[in-house]
Design a binder for this molecule. Structure first.
Ligand code: DPP
Ligand code: ZN
Length: 876
């Protein structure tokens, strides 16, 4: 096993002045001629190239190399002796895209060809310095049959094309911007195109082209509009303009990731391009806008300035996630978007940080890079970027960005370079801030405070602790921005003055950077309840000894929408914890009358419907067990369920009232097409759908209502999927009937069938495993399609109750399918292995059952290094 370490980084021995690729597409294979001008940076170094494709020929400065002049082993080609100065290397390889089920390198989907090269797919195409710090100008010629490959695309601008004999044609694309190999892309096949254009601020007209299967073309319209918004936003907010005359997006249904930012030629999972309101939910539309933005924003943060090595992945991903989050927030519903992002971070990234895969935002080592496209690198990475923004403000942050581009445009750089640009542009010291890149684990803050009526001061005492992770035991205190406000007992905001200033303010960002610190607020006129970590100003857990009454006060009055929501979350967490204690002792779960009242009051307050919807989200199981040990997952499902039932029963009238209100809002909407996606209507529908979920808990009558309204409402996918989600856990035959009807009606629509598989995989019904097994045989299901695997098996692996079934059947089932998938698509398989991350923290019986399955995976002959890295880390 080979472990790669950040500390071993060495600059490349060779540069590539230019690279010319010629792809000849034949019926059953393709040949690639790679002609590159190589420039040694030091004398007497052997030339070591990455590659694993079938090698046909190597020509150095016009002379074919003999076998003794080179060696091929372990995905490397070593040419023993090369000239000391610039030389031309021509390498020919042969590829079999139809047989390539890894979906990395060049592969076939449908009858078309696509590439995916990040991080290390280019070596499956040719032999090259397949590392991000080797940047070169690419010219790509593609030759293929006109009937079979009428469309042939690559990066940059189309500079030439022509006809050949035998019904063949050719095209030549040239990308004027130097780039690393991971940003290379090629697409060939029969594709329809939807076109638009965007005029940049300097007056350049950019052709926008969306390529899809012909029958999907009409569904790319929303993505095209989203792209225009993204281009405009990046000019307005970041002062960044697009740099080529053409921007292409290609949609493909077989894709390992969400999308890929290849220069000028983004390749997208169909899931993040295609949408119409009868096949996509409002959440799907929002995800499309976000991902289109994300990949577009990479053009500057990722492509113009890229990563020196893969340890620095968060340099581009954390920053670009931050940018796409801000784009979405500026488009609509900032408060609700923020809460949504925090919820994902806390239920998934915190879990990663508390498990066997814990790693810093900049990992120190990896075996398989594909395993490090993680929530930590992306989502926590985005929080780290957000903290610069919180500490420096918008203007200071933008100054930092400007300096970053001034210094590094066209370069491959590190997270330290980014941090230095932020520090230097603002004249601040960010040395200690570096710990956010090197220390894994979620910092925990213990806080308490007291009011001194005599001195009119409120003192806030903070203590930080960063838990040990498998890679590091002892940690240093970190810089944690804590945004704070104070509320009086009547719910009004109470102003204060900090020491050393005269300014009287109602909010401040404390820079908490020692193990323990006390902050004193002066001139505080009355006893207060602190509102802490406003806006979720740092990715930490914060514990303050609030009374339930304090939390209810914050829930009713806090002007910060995150802190207000968080008060409800804490109340829910406490209530579920009380239920866990009762259920463990075989007692009935207690009644939570005061909480029901507080939530009812919050629902009845004058707030945005989308915000009401998120107030009704009870924390996920993973948030509830946090970093507990000896976990019985099923207990948390039952305790959470009991709370929902109890609250819903007390609140039945309120739930019905607001559901009726939501219906009226939609019916009387001022929008011309209320069926279509619009942020306002999305908010109303999201409220209605969560009310349905609560309503089903309160009364069986809701199922009848859904059944009778189903057909009429099912013209809009948000409603249709919302109704099915609400009844998905019921054992009533009506549920099966509606699900079957759904599957039949949408049998021809790949992306809607993914939703059907999600419903099957995530149901709490007793017969879920049998239904999942049956769904594997469904004609629309395929183990070779990552979206299908994620929908059915991925959702089952997150189905707490059934994956963690006490008899071990869930573990066995997932292990068996991991092994089936690992043989042809290691990347998708190793994601599923992470379903077992809870291993070390389970109660003994489940732990033993899980151990059997983990060992079975570990001992499997020919297991991929992707899956091996994960399973070894879980079992270590
Ligand atoms: N395509 C992935 C993303 O955009 C990896 N770069 O995040
Ligand atoms: Zn990205």
């Amino acid at each position: 096993k080979v472990v790669h370490y950040l500390k071993d980084y060495q600059a490349p021995d060779f540069a590539v002045a230019d690279i010319n690729l010629t792809f000849s597409l034949e019926d059953a294979y393709a040949t690639v001629l790679n002609r590159m001008t190589v420039v040694p940076r030091q004398a007497d170094k052997p030339c070591v190239l990455d590659g694993s494709a079938e090698l046909l020929q190597i020509v150095l400065n016009g002379k074919s190399l003999c076998p003794h002049e080179y060696a091929v082993a372990d995905e490397k080609l070593i040419i023993h002796a090369v000239p000391d100065s610039e030389f031309v290397l021509e390498i020919t390889t042969k590829l079999y895209p139809a047989q390539n089920k890894t979906l990395m390198g060049l592969y076939e989907s449908g009858d078309n060809l696509y590439t995916q090269n990040e991080p290390e797919g280019f070596r499956k195409i040719t032999y090259y310095f397949d590392r991000p710090d080797v940047m070169s100008q690419f010219t790509t010629t593609i030759i293929g049959d006109k009937q079979r490959y009428p469309v042939m695309l690559s990066n940059g601008n189309l500079i030439d094309s022509g006809e050949l004999d035998n019904g063949r044609h050719w095209v030549c694309w040239r990308d004027p911007f130097a780039k690393p190999s991971y940003l290379f892309a090629l697409v060939a096949g029969q594709l329809a195109v939807l076109e638009g254009s965007f005029t940049t601020r300097s007056g350049k007209e950019v052709a926008l082209k969306f390529y899809t299967r012909p029958e999907d073309r009409a569904k790319a319209g929303f993505a095209l509009e989203s792209l225009k918004h993204a281009m405009q936003w990046d000019e307005d907010r970041f002062n960044l303009e697009y740099d080529l005359n053409i921007f292409m997006v290609v949609a493909v249904s077989d894709f390992n990731m969400g999308a890929m930012e290849n220069k000028g030629l983004n390749i997208f999972n169909t899931k993040y391009v295609l949408a119409s309101s009868d096949t996509a939910t409002d959440a799907d539309f929002e995800a499309i806008e976000g991902v289109i933005g994300h990949e577009y924003f990479h053009n500057w943060t990722g492509n113009r300035v890229t990563c020196r090595d893969w340890f620095q992945l968060s340099l581009k991903e954390g920053l670009t996630v931050f940018r796409d989050q801000e784009f979405s927030a500026d488009r609509a519903s900032r408060a609700v978007r923020r809460i949504h992002n925090v919820r994902v971070l806390r239920s998934m990234q915190f879990a990663e940080d508390a498990g066997p895969m814990a790693h810093p935002v900049r990992p120190a080592s990896y075996e398989e890079m594909n395993n490090f496209y993680t929530l930590t690198v992306y989502e926590k990475g985005a929080e780290v970027v957000r903290m610069y923004h919180t500490l420096l403000g918008e203007a200071g942050f933008q100054k930092g960005m400007q300096l970053y581009f001034q210094r590094h445009d066209g370069q491959a750089v590190t997270c330290d370079d980014f941090r230095a640009a932020m520090a230097d542009a603002n004249g601040v010291n960010l040395e200690q801030f570096a710990l956010w890149y090197s220390q894994a684990g979620t910092p925990q803050i213990k806080a308490h405070g007291e009011y001194d009526a005599g001195n009119r001061t409120f003192s806030l005492h903070l203590q930080q602790y960063i838990p040990p992770t498998p890679d590091m035991a002892d940690k240093q205190p970190m810089v944690i921005p804590v945004k704070v406000g104070l509320l009086g007992r009547d719910g009004t905001s109470v102003v204060f003055r900090l020491a050393d200033t005269d300014a009287v303010v109602e909010e401040t960002v404390l820079v908490f950077n020692q193990a323990q610190q006390t902050f004193v607020f002066h001139d505080v006129a009355q006893e207060v309840v602190p509102s802490l970590l406003r806006g979720f100003s740092a990715p930490v857990r914060l514990d303050y000894p609030y009374s339930d009454a304090d939390l209810m006060l914050l829930l009713a009055h806090d002007s910060d929408s995150f802190a207000r929501w968080e008060a409800a979350q804490t109340l829910y967490r406490r209530a579920v914890a009380a239920n866990v204690v009762a259920l463990e002792a075989n007692q009935p779960a207690p009644h939570h009358a005061e909480l029901a009242e507080a939530i009812t009051a919050a629902l009845n307050a004058d707030i945005d419907p989308a915000y009401k919807a998120v107030l009704l989200q009870v924390p996920t199981e993973a948030e509830l067990w946090e970093d507990a040990q000896s976990i019985n997952p099923e207990l948390y499902v039952r305790a959470r369920q009991a709370l929902l039932q109890d609250l819903a029963a007390s609140m039945e009238d309120t739930l019905t009232h607001w559901r009726t209100w939501a219906d009226t809002q939609e019916q009387n909407s001022k929008h011309a097409a209320p069926q279509e996606y619009h942020p306002d209507l999305a908010g109303v529908r999201s409220l209605r759908n969560i009310l349905l979920q609560w309503g089903v808990q309160a009364s069986a009558q809701v199922l009848q209502t859904i059944a009778s309204e189903y057909t009429q409402r099912a013209t809009n996918m948000t409603h249709e999927f919302g109704m099915l989600s609400a009844i998905n856990h019921l054992s009533d035959d009506k549920r099966d009937e509606l699900l079957n009807q759904f599957a039949q009606r949408h049998a021809h629509d790949d992306l809607v069938m993914d939703k059907y598989f999600v419903l099957i995989g995530s149901s709490q019904r007793a017969d879920t495993l049998q239904q999942v097994q049956a769904a594997l045989q469904h004609p629309a299901f395929s183990l070779e399609n990552p979206n299908k695997v994620r929908s059915l098996l991925g959702s089952f692996s997150r189905n707490i109750q059934h994956f963690h079934a006490a008899d071990g059947s869930g573990y066995r089932f997932i292990a068996e399918h991991i092994l089936r998938i690992d043989g042809f698509n290691p990347q998708v398989a190793s994601r599923l292995v992470q379903a077992f991350n809870l291993y070390g923290r389970l109660e003994p019986q489940r732990k033993a059952l899980m151990a059997e399955q983990l060992q079975r995976i570990q001992q499997h002959e020919g297991l991929s290094k992707d899956s091996r890295e994960i399973v070894d880390k879980i079992l270590r």
